[in-house]
Design a protein around this ligand. Structure first.
Ligand code: ATP
Ligand code: MG
Length: 560
């Protein structure tokens, strides 16, 4: 299948320019470099679509590289989830799966080269002292007293750091650049620190670990990356990226920064998402309320809808907040075309058709997808006892209510006109138990031969034939457009939406859903788009609401 090209953007224009100028011998080679310290979120999806999309459209390559230089926060669980998520999004790195940790020996060699050039030194200052001596934007920093160590002594100390002769915090390797540099990151930055920590891939082979800044450019260079695309916060790191590659005299990819995705009512920070998981505000990384790829997948989003969203939001140089509605519209538009329609009643109210024979049942033809006639029809059973939504009936209908009410006639979707002739109530509570209706046999299929009209069409299921189901209705996880907007001294968790999940355990769905497979998606007519999550112990189907039928945001905003 030919995937359409993504729209152009300033990064693609840079690449076009490079190709026109014959740079990199016409190669385009990008990479996606996640740190395996959490699950990927929708912001990462933007970066994935950008990097892999460029490789696809320019017939280039994109590597998947784990930037695994912080053993204390990283884990193989994250490595596995990340590879699964990138694949699920529809991208393929072929045999180019790399780990920064695979380069530890080479990185060590490059550090030795810099020491030998007099461009790096072993420093005994504590982190606090280094911070204190770093200076500010307006004041230069102070040179470390260890800066003038001889090359020989530095080589010796660095190799002893590697052997484990020193404790954490006793020594670091620093670049010897310029303590008065206007860019604070250039003031003798740390390249290696001691961490007596087991690494998920290299075990206890190493007790010194390179920093992100030291590692990243060298890995890019060794992999022959041409365009190293990253988010804006790395703009200030670019000078250091360039300095290291220039000092080492190795292949020099071009770092290009773009604005990260911020999504309204959503947090895209792995640290905060981890907190939600660890403190059990959500049920896990793949909780359908989480903005993780795993969460969206579980909720029922398709990879196409996420890719389309990423194309639509574009790539810019300035930060902004994208409205969550855009993402919802992306899946809604797709499912409107592709999801089969079924009837499901979330909050059932029993209807008895008094003039329908007690033991009779018939199979009615119901359209599978009005947007796509080729989907045909299916049979849905109809009988004397049915269920409709509680909210489709009012005993005392307000003015704008056109659905079922005493004395009023409505259409049951693809079935008959019915008219409400009575209401029976529980004597003790006064609550409506069921309602009685009559049907007009001449309206089979949903139209009256005499041309009379009804103002509403409602969905229904047959009591004898329907299946029990559970529906999980998800709402925004945070009530604020910017969840980080909190009163002084409060945590972002104060903005959690207490109603982000509503579980409806007693739904009834039409029998055609009997063998619905986990992951399959449907439109529950008039209700929303749902996907099958799993079956519970009794075989009851659990549905996740992916998204409502229409944009309900106007309503939400006015409630806030
Ligand atoms: P977080 O801020 O969530 O911890 P991170 O930047 O630390 O994310 P990495 O695993 O280092 O996470 O990210 C891998 C790649 O994804 C990086 O190139 C990073 O720039 C990019 N990325 C991370 N967050 C976003 C975002 N919100 N929008 C676009 N790209 C992102
Ligand atoms: Mg990062």
């Amino acid at each position: 299948m030919e995937t359409p090209k993504s729209p152009t953007n300033f990064i693609r224009e840079i690449i076009d320019g490079d190709l026109a100028a014959g740079k990199n011998n016409g190669r385009v080679h990008t990479r996606f470099p996640p740190e395996p310290n959490g699950y990927l979120h929708i912001g990462h999806a933007k970066s994935i679509c950008l990097n892999f999309g460029i490789a696809r459209d320019y017939k280039g390559l994109c590597n998947l590289r784990f930037d695994d230089t912080n053993p204390e926060t990283e884990d193989v669980e994250y490595v596995q989830s990340i590879t699964e998520d990138v694949r699920w999004l529809g991208f393929d790195w072929a045999d180019r799966l790399y780990y920064a940790s695979d380069y530890f020996e080479k990185l060590y060699g490059f550090a030795v080269q810099l020491i030998n050039k007099g461009k790096a030194f072993v420093c005994d200052q504590s982190l606090e002292d280094m911070r204190r001596d770093r200076g500010t934007i307006t004041e230069p920093g102070k040179e470390s007293p260890f800066r003038s160590r001889s090359i020989k002594e530095n080589i010796d100390l660095f190799s002893r750091m590697r052997k484990g002769e020193f404790e954490e915090g006793q020594k670091v390797l620093r670049g010897k650049i310029d303590m008065a540099h206007p860019n604070l990151l250039m003031r003798d930055p740390v390249f290696y620190r001691i961490k007596k920590e087991a690494h998920h891939r290299t075990g206890r082979n190493w007790c010194i670990y390179p920093t992100y800044d030291f590692t990243h450019g060298i890995c890019d260079s060794m992999e022959g990356i041409t365009h190293s695309i990253c988010t804006l916060e790395f703009e200030v790191h670019r000078q250091l990226y360039d300095w290291i590659l220039d000092e080492l005299g190795i292949h020099h990819p071009q770092q290009i920064e773009f604005a990260r995705l911020n999504l309204s009512h959503t947090l895209l920070s792995k640290r905060k998402l981890l907190e939600l998981v660890e403190k059990k505000y959500v049920l896990g990384w793949d909780d359908p309320r989480m903005p993780t790829i795993a969460g969206f997948r579980r909720r029922g989003y398709t990879p196409e809808s996420i890719r389309k969203f990423c194309d639509q939001i574009g790539v810019a140089k300035a930060d902004s907040i994208v409205d969550l509605v855009m993402l919802e519209n992306s899946i809604r538009e797709e499912l409107n075309k592709t999801a089969p329609r079924v009837m499901a009643v979330l909050r059932p109210l029993k209807v008895i058709i008094d003039n329908y024979p007690e033991n009779q049942a018939e199979q009615l033809d119901v359209i599978n997808n009005p947007e796509d006639p080729s989907c045909g029809t299916r049979k849905v059973p109809f009988s004397r006892e049915l269920y409709i939504e509680q909210e489709d009936f009012r005993q005392d209908p307000p003015k704008q209510f056109f659905r079922l009410a005493p004395g009023r006639e409505v259409r049951l979707r693809c079935a008959y006109f019915i008219k409400c002739v009575g209401v029976s109530k529980d004597e003790a509570t006064g609550r409506i138990k069921d309602i009685h209706c009559t049907y007009d046999p001449a309206t089979r299929g949903g139209d009256a031969p005499d041309g009379r009209k009804v103002k509403a069409t409602i969905h229904w299921v047959s009591s004898r034939h329907c299946l029990e189901a559970e529906a999980r209705l998800y709402d925004i996880l945070f009530t604020k457009r910017n969840p980080n907007d909190v009163p002084e001294g409060s945590e972002f968790t104060v903005n959690l939406n207490p109603k982000s999940l509503e579980i409806l355990p007693s739904c009834l769905v039409e029998p055609s859903l009997k063998n619905a497979l986990p992951g399959s998606r449907y439109q529950f007519e008039r209700v929303g788009y749902f996907s099958v999550d799993s079956l519970d112990a009794s075989g009851k189907i659990i549905f996740n609401r992916i998204v409502t039928l229409r944009d309900t945001w106007a309503k939400i905003e006015s409630k806030l």
